[in-house]
Design a binder for this molecule. Structure first.
Ligand SMILES: *[C@@H]1O[C@H](CO)[C@@H](O)[C@H](O)[C@H]1NC(C)=O
Ligand SMILES: *[C@@H]1O[C@H](CO)[C@@H](O)[C@H](O)[C@H]1NC(C)=O
Ligand SMILES: *[C@@H]1O[C@H](CO)[C@@H](O)[C@H](O)[C@H]1NC(C)=O
Ligand SMILES: *[C@@H]1O[C@H](CO)[C@@H](O)[C@H](O)[C@H]1NC(C)=O
Ligand SMILES: *[C@@H]1O[C@H](CO)[C@@H](O)[C@H](O)[C@H]1NC(C)=O
Ligand SMILES: *[C@@H]1O[C@H](CO)[C@@H](O)[C@H](O)[C@H]1NC(C)=O
Ligand SMILES: *[C@@H]1O[C@H](CO)[C@@H](O)[C@H](O)[C@H]1NC(C)=O
Ligand SMILES: *[C@@H]1O[C@H](CO)[C@@H](O)[C@H](O)[C@H]1NC(C)=O
Length: 413
């Protein structure tokens, strides 16, 4: 069966005649909130309509209601106080290139939005985009055949109505607001990666990391730090900084679909070796990537199960199994003192992501390059898919709070 069959069956597919944006939105009964919002903030409709060959993800009324249910308030009055903020949100819902339902496959496709501001501050934290070409979301089909749009901290919105054409491109209606990716430190805390958060703080590296553009960060989880806890007692801040810089690649946002067997230069002027084995598992030196594609303001984070050792760059994937079998965990997680963990950790950030062999997934990895109509072009490379077994998909408390801070929305209409 073609992977899109279910999606087509499940999603109501809409009218195909060209119409302007306002007409297209007004014709959809589930978009009353969005239409009202656009009506209040005078220049946003023009902004949305002023770009050619776009894909607009239009949040439906449930998406706005979801913010309210998670304790947020939504105020169109406040929205008009800061139309600049609303514009940022809308920019993150508008994508370069026309992605039709038929272009969406099980393999995630990372597409670039019109959110390309680097100085966006959300809740006191730098957020938004310091990613060349504009901040991204990934679009893919899940095992049930639903089209998902996955944004900051891996919150996935579902496409409920696909392929509404308008003069400038195509609209898909989605059931959650797309959450603009957060700063590195906010994201680490949200995912309970408190050891890396603490280590980066101790090493004085946080401002450096957050001020870079286009980063790929390999983030050892807390268990990984616990494995090396006994060796961390006498480490100096400088040594720690060197080790952490070995986990950062700058100049390439290495979304999972772009990774291949290769070496990548790290911030400490060394190299890490990426290996994708024949089962599709991805390794960095000997560390295994266990959760991929967590989007942050200035790039992407992949979670790994070992702390990388710059003194041992030739470590290979086979050493991972050996280490796992022989390492006894310390009783404490180093670097976490003074780091206040979140009480509610977003599930999608803590679960293990499995990487499946190319043969198990139909279709090849694809990347949009923004030119042309049906802008999905294919590239060759590893095929990586995340499992989503029983995942919690509701907007987490923190994300909701942040979304509210950003939107300053309070429903009073
Ligand atoms: C819309 O108006 C707001 C407030 O004047 C401004 O910050 C924003 O840049 C404008 N957007 C566009 C696309 O002109
Ligand atoms: C952001 O994108 C707009 C097109 O929408 C472009 O004119 C502008 O130069 C871009 N800005 C940056 C900082 O890339
Ligand atoms: C974005 O990255 C550039 C370096 O490429 C840096 O100079 C700038 O400060 C960054 N912007 C933010 C908001 O961090
Ligand atoms: C966060 O990580 C710590 C240490 O690994 C663990 O003890 C704690 O249960 C985690 N918190 C949540 C909410 O998962
Ligand atoms: C830390 O330094 C002390 C004093 O030099 C030494 O006795 C101890 O073994 C060191 N601990 C580690 C984990 O290297
Ligand atoms: C990547 O390297 C691994 C280990 O050397 C090998 O098994 C795999 O076939 C390589 N993949 C490609 C596409 O060359
Ligand atoms: C982008 O698309 C254009 C037109 O189809 C093509 O010429 C170009 O090679 C593509 N670039 C990439 C990076 O795929
Ligand atoms: C855009 O799509 C139309 C209709 O499918 C096609 O005729 C045209 O060649 C396409 N243009 C590009 C640049 O791909």
């Amino acid at each position: 069966m073609h992977p899109n069959t279910l999606f087509f069956a499940a999603a109501a597919t809409a009218v195909a005649s060209a119409q302007d944006l306002a007409t297209a939105l007004a014709g959809q009964s589930s978009l009353t909130m969005l239409v009202a919002l656009l009506g209040q903030v005078s220049n946003t409709t023009e902004f949305l309509a002023s770009h050619e060959k776009v894909t607009l993800f239009a949040p439906n009324d449930d998406a706005f209601a979801g913010i309210v249910q998670s304790g947020g308030i939504f105020s169109i009055d406040q929205a008009s106080v800061d139309p600049g903020l609303i514009e940022q949100i809308l920019r993150y819902h508008l994508y370069r290139g026309v992605v039709k339902a038929e272009d969406i496959t099980p393999v995630p496709n990372f597409i670039h939005s019109y959110l390309n501001y680097s100085g966006f501050v959300l809740d006191g934290e730098v957020s938004g985009s310091n990613v060349t070409g504009g901040q991204v979301v990934s679009v893919n089909l899940n095992a049930e055949g639903d089209a998902l749009v996955t944004a900051g901290i891996k919150v996935a919105s579902k496409v409920t109505v696909a392929d509404i054409t308008f003069d400038n491109g195509i609209i898909h209606i989605i059931d959650k607001l797309l959450l603009i990716p957060l700063s590195i430190s906010e994201t680490l805390i949200t995912g309970n990666f408190t050891a890396l958060a603490g280590a980066a703080t101790q090493a004085g590296l946080v401002p450096t990391l957050e001020d870079l553009s286009d980063v790929t960060i390999f983030c050892p989880n807390n268990d990984a730090f616990q494995k090396i806890a006994s060796g961390t007692g006498n480490i100096t801040d400088e040594q720690l900084a060197e080790i952490l810089k070995y986990h950062v690649v700058q100049g390439t946002v290495g979304y999972s679909t772009l990774l291949s067997n290769s070496s990548l230069a790290t911030l400490d002027d060394e190299e890490v070796k990426i290996t994708i084995d024949d089962d599709g598992a991805v390794f960095v030196n000997s560390a295994r990537v266990i959760n991929a594609d967590i989007l942050v303001a200035n790039g992407v984070i992949h979670v790994i199960d070992e702390v990388l050792n710059p003194a041992n760059p030739y470590a290979t994937p086979s050493e991972n199994a050996t280490a796992t079998a022989t390492t006894s965990l310390a009783t404490f997680v180093p670097f976490t003192s003074g780091i206040e963990p979140e009480t509610s950790v977003y599930f999608e950030l803590t679960q293990t992501t499995s990487f499946v062999a190319a043969g198990l997934v139909t279709g090849t990895p694809s990347a949009t390059n923004g030119s042309g109509n049906s802008s999905v072009t294919t590239t060759s490379g590893p095929v990586i898919q995340t499992t989503n077994a029983g995942g919690r998909n509701d907007l987490p408390a923190l994300a909701a709070a942040v979304a509210i801070g950003a939107l300053a929305f309070a429903i009073d209409w």
